[in-house]
Design a protein around this ligand. Structure first.
Ligand code: MN
Length: 437
């Protein structure tokens, strides 16, 4: 246990829930970006007086973005170096940011000119994504979807032994705010004997978290489960857009392909594992007749502290809602705690055969759905495979996404039970569906 991480050693003064910032909007109750969060993104001002349009790294504080290049705290143009850095380097940057933004800091006069309003800046991906793997840890999602695709055999026998995943497509990962073009593809209409090609009629979202890999591993050298947590730099939201009519026709025997490779959206703000320290919690115990994780996937430390108490939400804003100035309607709410595997188990499994992870790689959790039908993290689940349209306010309904619809993912972490901690949020992960020209 010498190398194991203990929660108490991860907590420091940056988690003090009573600390406030001289940026007043950060002190609003339940805001996403209080002083205790300090997530990082790659951004640039829409209009720069200096004519400097270069991408740089910023930290979110309330409704403002602090330019870390201008403060001299982080001068690289993206977050790859931050991800590749040791946890100690990330922690040190976090502590300096916290001290500079704290109420009463002597740096207020120097830093205040380097704040930008969120709506005055443009975001990009945190860094170029080298590789993207999507897992399937949401057991309620896997069971419900399995029933739709294979009524007699919903959860395949490997599910409780192997963290199931597939290699996705890094090139089509886009940042929140990017429009999503409705994909074309093959689908086999019910009762037909030959497929048709056309725009998907069953476009769907998937409510997920993305793990941003920190330090990598050498090829041929698996990451041990007890070390795996230290290879995670931070988390963002992830929407793994899916075409549900293309998927069933193509997914056997090698898994999803065109149904998912056209786009995946991530939120811009990387919430660091350091910020998430107060929200660690235990894995939910496995059912008595479930197998225990194999040794390379099992660590007592990970079982006790390897999950974070993160609540996720999916919202839908239809064009009619947008015209009326309405933010949208909550479709579902779930939790990372509903997952069957920890994020450290995903890292250990991904590398067990010798695969090398690299800083800036993305691992998706898979759709996170709760145990109840209304907690499905995709429309496929919420409409029972398209059979039961969702009733929306003012007489609107949806089975799958229509052109003009926006899906907005949100998430926040909060302390459980007696632990005092300031709630922190992930911001938004937004995509709007547009038709092909
Ligand atoms: Mn997915």
């Amino acid at each position: 246990m010498r190398d194991a991480i203990h929660t108490n050693t991860l907590l420091d003064f940056t988690h003090d829930p009573s600390a406030t910032s001289w940026v007043a909007s950060a002190n609003v109750a339940d805001c996403d970006f209080p002083l205790q969060n300090l997530p990082l993104a790659r951004f640039r001002p829409y209009q720069s007086d200096a004519g400097d349009a270069a991408w740089r790294v910023g930290a979110a504080i309330g409704e403002q973005v602090l330019d870390l290049r201008a403060t001299g705290l982080w001068t690289e143009g993206d977050l790859r170096g931050w991800m590749a850095a040791s946890p100690a380097v990330r922690r040190s940057l976090r502590q300096r940011l916290f001290e500079g933004l704290r109420t009463g800091s002597a740096l207020q006069v120097e830093w205040a000119p380097h704040l930008h309003a969120h709506n005055a800046v443009q975001y990009s991906l945190p860094c170029e994504v080298g590789d993207y793997t999507d897992f399937y840890i949401g057991i309620h999602h896997a069971t419900t979807v399995g029933k739709l695709f294979r009524p007699d055999n919903p959860l395949l026998p490997n599910y409780k032994w192997v963290p199931i995943g597939y290699h996705g497509r890094a090139s089509s990962i886009v940042v929140s705010g990017t429009d999503i073009v409705r994909p074309l593809g093959q689908r086999m209409p019910p009762g037909s004997t030959a497929p048709v090609v056309g725009p998907t009629q069953r476009l769907d979202h998937e409510l997920e978290l993305a793990v941003w890999v920190g330090q990598g591993n050498a090829m041929g050298e698996p990451i041990a489960i007890d070390q795996a947590g230290q290879h995670i730099a931070g988390l963002t939201l992830l929407n793994d857009w899916s075409a549900r009519d293309i998927q069933p026709w193509e997914y056997q025997p090698l898994g999803p392909f065109i149904a998912k490779n056209f786009a995946s959206t991530v939120s811009p703000w990387v919430v660091s594992v350091e910020a998430l320290a107060p929200f660690r919690c235990a894995m939910q115990p496995r059912a008595a007749d479930d197998p225990q994780p194999l040794p390379y996937l099992h660590s007592e430390q990970d079982q006790q502290q390897g999950v974070w108490n993160i609540t996720l939400e999916a919202w839908l804003q239809t064009p009619a809602m947008r015209e009326r100035g309405e933010a949208g309607v909550l479709l579902s709410r779930s939790s990372l705690r509903d997952g069957y595997w920890t994020l450290a188990q995903l890292i250990a499994h991904h590398t067990v055969g010798g695969c090398n992870l690299r800083p800036g790689d993305v691992l998706g959790t898979g759709t996170l759905s709760g145990p109840l039908p209304e907690q499905g993290g995709s429309l496929l689940e919420q409409t029972q495979g398209g059979k039961a349209p969702l009733q929306l306010p003012r007489g609107e309904e949806r089975t799958f996404l229509q052109d003009g619809d926006s899906v907005i993912l949100r998430a926040y972490a909060e302390a459980q039970f007696h632990l005092a901690a300031r709630r922190i949020g992930f911001g938004q992960c937004v995509g709007t569906i547009v038709s092909r020209r």
